[in-house]
Ligand binder design. Structure first.
Ligand code: AKG
Length: 297
């Protein structure tokens, strides 16, 4: 299954797309059952709750079949691959288990507050002052219905990926040592509503959060941080070249953007080929000579 060019244009502009009914019910139920069973067996130590909120609940389940297949073996993978490029998307090794628990009854929860991932908070696995761009985008799969706002919804600031890129080009990427940029976002936040089995694909540079939950229900969601095969090598350069790893969109970008990303991609492939040659013990000169010989008339 592939996204259409019209859907891809929306993704470029908004930084996210919602896919209704992306995951079959039987898989959603198996994943939610394994989470509920785990909690029933192991509970939750209260002094770990801050870490669970920032990182993942049920850590021992994050790499299980019930969780990883939600991305790897459903149309969520092929739809994402149509954005990232054929053969350019890695399979997920794990998924964050994102449970968003209700606030106490009648609490005034306040508005959602967005952030960028990879900026150290001391609780999310990185120290304050550190930053690291470790993934290409999100795929969030709802395992429970989220019919109204303020139900722990995955929440996005549409267009904020473009604002952040511009901000980092102007200020330099090192401003991230001071935390998440506070800019005037182009549009108000969208709290994504939907049903169990719906998925959201989003750009890594989109400001996002989980909305406060003033509903009576726990929001169950699995958050995959999906990676282009060269994500590790391109690393923090993606902060100011946000489409580089979205090769399935390059034909829709303005020519100067597309050529910037393509030039980088070609240079990277050249480096990868050269490294492979070095590993196999052939010098570039020998390889060039061999290929000249082969193509000689
Ligand atoms: O649970 C969600 O919907 C979003 C979680 C989030 O913002 C994050 O893990 O960075």
């Amino acid at each position: 299954m592939r996204l259409t060019d019209q859907q891809k244009r929306r993704f470029i502009e908004d930084g996210y797309i919602v896919i209704p009914n992306a995951v079959p019910r039987v898989m959603v139920d198996a994943a939610r059952q394994s989470i509920n069973h785990y909690i029933g067996q192991h509970g939750m130590p209260p002094d770990e709750l801050d870490i669970y909120r920032a990182q993942t609940y049920c850590r021992h389940l994050t790499q299980t079949h019930e969780i990883t297949t939600l991305f790897n073996d459903t149309p969520v993978f092929s739809l994402t691959e149509s954005l990232v490029g054929e053969g350019r998307l890695s399979k997920a090794a794990s998924g964050q288990i994102g449970l968003r628990f209700p606030a106490p009854p009648f609490a005034d929860a306040g508005p959602p507050r967005g952030h960028l991932d990879g900026i150290g908070s001391g609780k999310n696995g990185s120290n304050v002052g550190e930053y690291h761009r470790g993934f290409t985008g999100f795929a969030v799969v709802y395992l429970s219905d989220v019919p109204t706002e303020y139900s722990g919804n995955f929440t996005v600031w549409p267009g904020s990926h473009l604002t952040v890129e511009q901000h980092l080009e102007q200020q330099g990427v090192d401003v991230l040592t001071r935390g998440c940029p506070q800019c005037d976002w182009p549009r108000p936040p969208v709290q994504v509503t939907g049903q169990a089995g719906d998925a959201v694909i989003a750009h890594h540079q989109l400001i996002h959060t989980a909305a406060p939950n003033t509903s009576p229900n726990i929001r169950y969601g699995i958050i995959f941080r999906l990676r282009h095969v060269d994500c590790g090598e391109f690393a923090n350069k993606a902060y100011t070249d946000i489409w580089h790893e979205w090769e399935g969109l390059h034909h829709l970008l303005p020519p100067e953007r597309a050529s910037r990303s393509n030039t980088e991609a070609k240079a990277r492939r050249r480096r990868t080929r050269a490294a492979a040659r070095r590993r196999s013990g052939k010098s570039s000169a020998r390889v060039a000579a061999t290929s000249r010989k082969r193509t000689a008339p």
